[in-house]
Write a protein that binds this ligand. Sequence first.
Ligand SMILES: [Zn+2]
Length: 202
Amino acid sequence: MAFESDSPLDRLWQEYGRVFQEWDDLTLARWLAQTLGELEGKSWRLSHPLVGAYRLAAQLAHDRQIWFKRLATPPAAYAESPCCRAPFLPLLTRDVRESGLICQHCNETLVTFDEIPGDLRDQLDRWAGQYGPVHDVAHWDDRQRKRGGNYDAAYENAAQQVEQLLARAGRELAPRLLEFYAAAVWEDQDECLEVRPEDVAI
Ligand SMILES: [Zn+2]
């Protein structure tokens, strides 16, 4: 979700986010701190409504520099992010090798790939290495499509493999982030292969 762009879906999320704009800074800060308490100790689907609401509020809080103002104290389990000083809440995506783990408050890299602790990094490296070529099927050019034979079948096959890879992220990889971080979010969809959250069973 890129909140700034102007697609119909982004406009819908902007509409959802208006409720938080009516809140004053103190109300927003308290809601974020309390919700972090509810998120603590679990890995969450990006599509979870609570996470969606949190991300809307967190982006507004980032714009208003809520965490710099120290209006509310987040739960002690959350470290401070180096990128924007908000509590540490990483998002795992298929681009982890290039982008690392993403901050849910400012959308910058929160943990570079090299900073992820070794054993987990190796596991993520293998997973992303399997994911990449499968995802690329969605972006094949004409020459690759011809060489691959029946493109519809190749696309469908790739989508099914991605469902399994995302399920593994939710089942095995994201929970491991909890060894290091108070809570974590994982991307449970692949828009290029039209894999939706409801297609990913964990
Ligand atoms: Zn940040």
